[in-house]
Write a protein that binds this ligand. Structure first.
Ligand SMILES: [Zn+2]
Length: 361
């Protein structure tokens, strides 16, 4: 659709690339900006080799302007505006264009601060819009997360959208359209970017060698199409979640509390983020087992290594005890989040789980 719009010369001057966090909305907007100005457009992509492509691919094209949420940091103590963060922005996007606002705030050294597109950024916008294109066919103004615009900046943008400067294309890359002015929304053409599929997430993690194939399967269950979350989960993952979960459930079912205590040591060593991820994984697995017990066709996919366990466990986890087990794991997650002692939480949950596993029929 985007390529056709260029080939048919029906390029809307304002487009909203709307996608959830960890989707390809920014990557797609950048690819589109590259295609728009490519000197040797191919039927399915930009050439990647012309002067324009080379510059945009390094994010140094003088006609491609960026506006993104920022805040004061150690190195930028006042007048925090997008242009002051351009170097960081280039590194950040080139490293991985699927990152989130949180990642960005961390990258510029502003953890725990709220980033925004301040009212002073409106001057910047007007300046970008008034400049003549240096060398490109289309001047691009890419606004990352326009939902974080100060009302004054949003109004400046609205004015520009109402009377668009010639050959200027506004690309808005957003996660939450409900936070945008309706008047801005109505002036943009929407490009919906879906979340990644499980297959895509697995392929990405495997190709980038971020985790084992089994790990990729387990992470996919948690990431829900958010590629950036998947990358983070693979960095935090120290154990094979499936193996650990199976061991845990077997020991609980067999009342082997000596083994449970040993396992609690491993759990302790995981570290808090990893512990939470694992419990989240355990919850998702439990849900899968429950569904499988009700009707196998409700579970879209089970990795081959897990089929045997899921089949057997689905005869133990039923509608009768499933809700109790779910609640127990939720509680464990809650306590870990509130900094409870992980070993105690694990052992305590194990005792309850052992009891609930026998509550059949
Ligand atoms: Zn090109």
């Amino acid at each position: 659709m985007l390529i056709n719009s260029v080939q048919n010369r029906h390029v809307a001057h304002a487009q909203l690339f709307l996608g959830p966090e960890g989707s390809a909305n920014l990557a797609l907007a950048l690819a589109y900006a590259t295609y728009l100005n490519c000197e040797n457009q191919q039927p399915t992509d930009a050439c990647g080799a012309c002067a324009s492509c080379v510059k945009i691919n390094k994010l140094i094209h003088p006609d491609v302007n960026f506006v993104m949420p920022v805040t004061t940091t150690k190195s930028v103590a006042k007048d925090a505006l997008s242009p002051k963060f351009l170097t960081e922005w280039r590194e950040f996007v080139l490293a991985n264009p699927y990152q989130t606002l949180n990642d960005w705030m961390g990258y510029i050294g502003a953890e725990n601060k709220q980033g925004n597109i301040s009212k002073d950024e409106s001057r910047q916008l007007v300046k970008f819009a008034s400049l003549k294109a240096f060398e490109a066919t289309f001047k691009i103004i890419l606004i990352w997360l326009p939902e974080l615009m100060h009302p004054a900046a949003a109004n400046a943008l609205l004015k520009l959208l109402e009377e668009p400067p010639v050959n200027t294309i506004f690309l808005l890359v957003a996660n939450a359209p409900e936070k945008l002015l309706a008047t801005i929304l109505s002036r943009t053409q929407m490009v919906k970017v879906r979340a990644f599929t499980d297959e895509e997430v697995i392929r990405y993690l495997t190709e980038k060698n971020l985790t084992s194939p089994a790990g990729a399967q387990q992470i996919t269950l948690l990431a829900e199409g958010n590629l950036q979350a998947a990358v983070q989960l693979s960095a935090e993952m120290t154990n094979d979640y499936f193996d650990f979960f199976v061991k845990w459930m077997r020991h609980c079912y067999a009342n082997k509390f000596g083994e449970v205590v040993e396992l609690s040591e491993d759990f302790q060593k995981m570290g808090r983020e990893n512990q939470k991820n694992f419990l989240h994984y355990a919850l998702s697995s439990l849900r899968k087992v429950l569904l499988y017990g009700i009707d196998e066709s409700l579970v879209a996919y089970i990795p081959p290594a897990e089929v045997d366990f899921v089949g057997k466990f689905s005869r133990i986890v039923r509608e009768t005890n499933g809700p109790y087990l779910t609640e127990e794991l939720n509680q464990a997650h809650y306590h870990i989040e509130r900094n409870a002692n992980p070993k105690m939480v694990f052992i305590d949950s194990s005792i309850q789980i052992a009891r609930y596993l026998k509550l059949q029929n």
